[in-house]
Design a protein around this ligand. Structure first.
Ligand SMILES: NC(=O)c1ccc[n+]([C@@H]2O[C@H](COP(=O)([O-])OP(=O)(O)OC[C@H]3O[C@@H](n4cnc5c(N)ncnc54)[C@H](O)[C@@H]3O)[C@@H](O)[C@H]2O)c1
Length: 450
């Protein structure tokens, strides 16, 4: 499945010739990309902000016209449409169901920023309808969803960018250069982590209530189990419910998993083990009247790579700090010292030789989201214009997501997993293999692209 930029150009041309009808580059005759947003919550609106201010476009590139916004929550979609109108003067159509939107609007660019359990279907359907897609991380909820997303992108010759903006953030780029130049020495061990303290006791169950007016809760749950509505889940809280996401490792951890693959250029681990639980919040509860979150309070995972070992840790108690004091990021342990790749605090190098000074580089992030979505959006548009692979191509995003999902899968199976990354199969473990996908609710078909 591996493909470089040159092969992409070649393959998309061949695929297009075969399929005949699929245009490789799409901009309407006025020089705008017809752009649609699926999932008008916090992050979707941050990305749409970049699409709307995409001016001037890159040389030879085109601007975006927001023709549609789609959300199963009427409040979110109405607010999104109003914002687009107030900022651009355009009047996008607002949709509840993205399938209707795709059929009616035929967008050339689709942004997918729904909760994770919808990423795969929305991306595959959009690509098959002829759109280039910017999809949020993690690419899916189970591993075989990501496989279908890669196949759809290749089959249709469409650009699919994943929201791993840390690959274009200035301090991550200079940090990568520092590591690649060997300034931290030879790296043998990496610890990726997110620690947010604050949990001091058992989680009290929260009452289930009727979904808010205007929210199509059945469609929100979509292919995933239909739980009773609870304000803990929507908006934004789905991260802590394993029916819809994969906890801290699937949400935050996946960014650092991606940084490790980016740095190492290894494609997959050969063995993964993970364990964790809810020692502070207590057992997860799901009753007709009440529920709690169900993802772990703390989790460890160990990934065995060809040339290094990666460890992941997260906990929500016991203080925030790790090793040199940071609460989020990756420590690369090298023969010359410890390199911390961080977020708001940029990067730092702590030399093993105590006589040498600590070196730091600050982050250069954009407000209000404190990320570098702008650079990733620019890269996306350039890839569409040049008909080439984007920096965070779906195949790379799929592999990074696999690290998080394999660890979640190992924790669920209760044993270590041997991963044949070339074939993307688990070796010798039928139960663990069955977790590479999951049953969808009646009425939804697990995505398979041949
Ligand atoms: N790259 C990053 O740094 C980053 C940061 C934050 C969030 N994210 C990702 O963005 C995604 C959204 O997260 P969020 O915090 O914005 O959540 P959110 O709850 O604020 O927004 C999600 C929206 O999707 C809507 N939705 C659900 N199902 C839908 C469907 N079938 N069709 C249309 N809309 C649907 C919900 O109603 C909600 O309005 C997640 O996958 C998350 O991991 C990425």
């Amino acid at each position: 499945m591996t493909m470089n930029r040159r092969q992409f150009l070649h393959t998309t041309a061949a695929t297009s010739a075969l399929l005949g009808a699929v245009p490789l580059l799409g901009a309407d005759s006025f020089g705008f990309y017809r752009t649609a947003l699926i999932g008008c919550g916090w992050w979707g609106m941050n990305i749409l902000g970049e699409a709307m201010k995409y001016t001037p476009p890159p040389p030879g590139g085109k601007r975006c016209r927001v023709v549609a916004v789609c959300d199963v929550d009427q409040t979110a979609r109405d607010q999104a449409a109003e914002k687009v109108t107030s900022l651009t003067g355009e009047q996008p159509k607002a949709y509840r169901d993205y399938r209707e939107m795709l059929a009616a609007q035929r967008p050339e660019i689709v942004i997918v920023a729904t909760p994770d359990h919808w990423h795969a279907l929305a991306t595959v359907d959009s690509v098959m309808a002829g759109a280039h897609v910017y999809v949020e991380k993690p690419v899916g909820h189970t591993i075989m969803e990501g496989q279908a997303m890669v196949r759809a992108a290749r089959k249709q010759g469409k650009v699919v960018q994943v929201g791993f903006h840390r690959r274009v953030s200035p301090h991550n780029l200079s940090g990568l250069k520092f590591l690649r130049e060997g300034k931290a020495g030879k790296i043998g061990f990496i610890r990726a982590f997110v620690h947010y303290s604050g949990a001091t006791g058992p989680e009290r169950p929260t009452a289930n209530i009727e979904p808010p007016k205007g929210l199509d809760w059945d469609l929100w749950c979509g292919p995933a189990p239909l739980r009773p509505f609870n304000p803990l889940i929507h908006p934004r809280g789905f991260r802590s419910f394993s029916d819809y996401a994969n906890g801290q490792l699937g949400d935050w951890g996946v960014h650092w998993m991606d940084q490790v693959l980016w740095w190492s250029e290894e494609k997959w681990p050969r063995r993964v083990f993970s364990t964790g639980g809810r020692p502070i919040r207590g057992p997860a509860i799901s009753l007709p009247d009440f529920q709690t979150t169900d993802t772990p309070d703390c989790q460890s995972a160990v990934f065995e790579f060809e040339s290094f070992t990666l460890e992941w840790e997260h906990r929500i108690f016991g203080g925030n700090e790790t090793d040199k004091g940071e609460n989020v990021g990756c420590y690369f342990y090298g023969t010359e010292g410890i390199f911390h790749m961080g977020w708001r605090d940029g990067w730092a190098f702590y030399p093993a030789d105590k006589n040498k000074p600590v070196i730091r580089e600050p982050a250069q992030l954009h407000e209000p989201d404190q990320q570098n979505i702008e650079e990733l959006w620019t890269d996306f548009i350039a890839a569409i214009r040049d008909n080439t692979l984007p920096t965070c191509d779906i195949e790379l995003g799929h592999r990074s997501t696999n690290l998080s999902l394999l660890a979640m899968l190992s924790m669920k199976a209760g044993r270590s997993i041997e991963w044949d990354g070339r074939r993307e199969v688990i070796v010798g473990d039928p139960y663990a293999s069955s977790l590479l996908r999951r049953a969808y609710r009646p009425g939804y078909r697990y995505p398979v692209v041949l």
